[in-house]
Ligand binder design. Structure first.
Ligand SMILES: Nc1ncnc2c1ncn2[C@@H]1O[C@H](COP(=O)(O)OP(=O)(O)OP(=O)(O)O)[C@@H](O)[C@H]1O
Ligand SMILES: [Mg+2]
Length: 377
């Protein structure tokens, strides 16, 4: 279902920027990406299927209203208004009145981290979501880019109904389409969590997430947006789909550092070599400053000897490229998502929140080191 995909201009809801980015009629896929735990080089659903339904402005409005209430108890009042036309920079500065220590000390533009692994279900979205919370809680201003057609990151904040109802032209899909987007920055919306903004994802991205993306002009889509907002944020986190197609490639074109979440399981079966090859290709072809920051072990169960063994194996394979901080398997991560809050906000004193805060510090330190090396070179 592609809400809004076929609206005529006159039928568009207030603030609707653009949709159906010039793709030919009947060209929208209707499937979803691979199931969690599945390694795939397929980039999305089959093409050539027409959208099954035509959305209405009323449905879009209803979707927003339905979400604004239950999803954001005590949330930001500005959110219920259409975000179009709002200066997100001012909005964020209002969200952090008087400046935070991080903001005052900030001398550089945002660090952009890309969360990538072609295996599904390894914790890419979870890491992105909860790291954003850890960074925001330490006073940093965070922008999230949801490049996965599954749009799980967006759902983490807004729920599935809103995510399905938002017109694709109001999402990251607009950046990959053919139509001119007059103000891409206006696509960014507050999440309801202080200090965190997001460019929402869309199932509609499936139509653009094509294999063999090298050289596709859309590879610059995220980089161009980031160039515009880089000075507005302290950190930009990009959640990728479980494949190495155009959306991931555009993220690699835009990032400073790549973080590869891995589960403590058979690493040979996790396709890490393909990820390394993609990063190397991006460095050679479009982003020489890109750094592979490291592998982060996720869902680690310390009571399982096999997890400890796999952790040691990964370190034997990749040495210091394996981050010191690991993400424990913890129900608090899942509960927090159910509450539509990063764990740092939901349970700030939990072990899960502390682990995420430590990982955030380690990643920023690595990214800063990589940046210094880049500047010296
Ligand atoms: N540390 C953790 N403890 C407990 N559950 C976790 C943890 N990390 C992730 N999960 C859960 O594992 C599942 C898969 O995680 P997630 O969606 O982040 O993976 P992904 O790599 O983004 O998947 P996909 O490739 O499909 O996008 C989710 O249900 C998530 O809540
Ligand atoms: Mg995901």
């Amino acid at each position: 279902m592609f809400p809004g995909a076929q609206l005529s201009k006159s039928a568009r809801p207030p603030g609707y920027v653009t949709s159906n980015r010039g793709a030919p009629p009947g060209h929208a896929p209707c499937g979803v990406g691979a199931p969690p735990g599945y390694i795939t080089d397929k980039c999305g659903a089959p093409r050539g299927h027409a959208p099954e339904g035509v959305d209405t402005p009323q449905r879009y409005a209803a979707g927003r209203e339905a979400t604004v209430g239950p999803a954001f108890p005590g949330g930001r009042s500005g959110w219920s208004e259409p975000p179009r036309g709002v200066d997100t920079r001012d909005g964020l500065q209002r969200a952090l009145p008087g400046g935070t220590p991080a903001r005052e000390a900030r001398a550089m533009s945002a660090t952009t981290l890309v969360f990538l692994n072609r295996k599904g279900g390894v914790g890419k979205t979870s890491s992105t979501f909860h790291l954003a919370g850890a960074l925001a809680r330490s006073g940093r201003r965070v922008l999230l880019l949801d490049t996965d057609p599954q749009a799980s990151l967006t759902q983490g904040f807004f729920g599935p109904e809103w995510t399905e109802a938002v017109p694709p032209g109001n999402t990251i899909a607009a950046l990959f389409g053919d139509d001119f987007v007059p103000d891409p920055v206006a696509l960014i919306v507050p999440t309801g969590i202080e200090g965190i903004h997001i460019l929402p994802g869309s199932e509609h991205l499936n139509r653009y997430n094509l294999p063999e993306p090298e050289g596709d002009p859309r590879q610059a889509a995220l980089r161009e947006l980031i160039a515009e907002v880089r000075d507005t944020y302290d950190a930009i986190l990009i959640d990728c789909p479980p494949n190495l197609c155009l959306c991931s490639w555009a993220a690699l074109a835009a990032g400073d550092g790549v973080v590869v979440p891995v589960q403590p399981e058979d690493f040979g079966a996790q396709g890490l070599k393909k990820v390394q090859e993609s990063v190397a290709a991006a460095q050679a072809m479009i982003n020489p400053g890109l750094a592979l920051l490291g592998y982060v072990i996720t869902m680690f169960n310390k009571s399982l000897a096999v997890h400890a063994a796999y952790g040691e194996q990964l370190r034997a394979m990749y040495g210091d490229l394996v981050l010191s901080n690991i993400m424990p398997l913890a129900k608090d991560f899942k509960e927090a998502v159910v509450m539509r809050k990063p764990v740092a906000v939901y349970k700030p004193r939990s072990q899960a929140a502390k682990a995420m805060a430590a990982l955030a510090d380690e990643l920023l330190a690595r990214a800063s080191g990589a940046r210094t090396l880049k500047e010296v070179a």
